[in-house]
Design a protein around this ligand. Structure first.
Ligand code: THU
Length: 132
């Protein structure tokens, strides 16, 4: 089920995006099992690769506050289709999200799809892969 309140949090934080180069604003909102919401927007830099996506800002904010258990994530951008997260964000998500966790991808026209972590990045590299 779509969490409209969480999507609204993502829409709101999207306005804080610092995007002088791409002009492409993204917002993300992450709900923790403890009931808190951590939001993030994309933050760009004149040295382009240093920029950080909205999803990772939200996740890193939560992790840095000691949160480790998450319920769902919402991501929004002004796209034709629901915004697909980049590969780097998918890898970061897979580090912290359970494979069944719901991720709501949407746009400003409210076209939303909900995918599970495992659908977004199947067969992902995990820390357990280094434990042999
Ligand atoms: N971006 C995000 O913040 N999240 C995504 O899911 C896709 C891309 C950002 C990175 C950059 O600031 C801008 O969008 C254009 O790539």
């Amino acid at each position: 089920m779509v969490n409209q309140e969480l999507i609204n949090n993502a829409i709101e934080i999207r306005e804080r995006a610092y995007v002088p180069y791409s002009k492409f604003k993204v917002g993300a909102a992450l709900l923790t099992k403890s009931g808190k919401v951590y939001t993030g927007c994309n933050i760009e830099n004149a040295a382009y690769p240093v920029s950080l996506c909205a999803e990772r800002v939200a996740i890193f904010k939560a992790i840095s506050e000691g949160e480790t258990e998450f319920v769902e994530l919402a991501v929004v951008a002004d796209t034709e289709r629901p915004v697909p997260p980049c590969g780097s964000c998918r890898q970061v998500m897979s580090e912290f999200f359970e494979s069944e966790m719901n991720i709501h991808l949407t746009n400003l026209n409210n076209n939303t799809i909900t995918v599970k972590m495992d659908e977004l990045l199947p067969f992902s590299f995990q820390k357990s892969d280094m434990e042999k």
